[in-house]
Write a protein that binds this ligand. Structure first.
Ligand SMILES: [Zn+2]
Length: 146
């Protein structure tokens, strides 16, 4: 259903190999849990709590999904599990909004997603505009929703 491919401008990305229906479970983000102070440079880490990170060594599908400002995948259950937010066509790149998992002050990422609503600079959850948080809350991790 998903495969890792090179993209022209975003390094590796994850693509649908067949049409995927709305609400399909796409990927469970997996790894081990670590506190901020214990993170190592060669780990891929995704924030899942105020001082809790889900860590892995790069290479699995969940490490290769790019950010999108108009994501077709999101954390609809609040768990670190991505579901399809709409029907996804074969060949389409999977994207989730990185602001829906990160709460680290000052974190930014330049975005090249090319969507009409591209925010250009992706920010940490608490540094989004309140209306952006309201829009993204239904697809954010649980620790950011309250
Ligand atoms: Zn963007």
């Amino acid at each position: 259903m998903l495969e890792i491919r090179m993209t022209p401008n975003m390094g590796r990305g994850v693509f649908a190999t067949a049409p995927i229906p709305h609400d399909t479970l796409l990927v469970k983000c997996e790894g081990w849990l670590a506190a901020s102070a214990d993170l190592k440079d060669d780990w891929v880490a995704m924030q899942v709590g105020p001082d809790l990170w889900l860590c892995s060594l790069s290479g699995s599908v969940d490490d290769c999904i790019n950010h999108s400002c108009e994501p077709n995948a999101g954390f609809v259950t609040g768990e670190p599990v991505l579901h399809a937010l709409r029907e996804i066509a074969a060949g389409e790149q999977i994207g989730w909004d990185y602001s829906t998992s990160i709460a680290e002050a000052g974190w930014t990422l330049r975005c090249r997603c090319g969507s009409a609503g591209c925010r250009a600079i992706i920010r940490s959850w608490f540094e989004l505009q309140p209306e952006e948080r309201d829009r993204l809350r239904p697809i954010a991790l649980q620790f950011l929703r309250d």
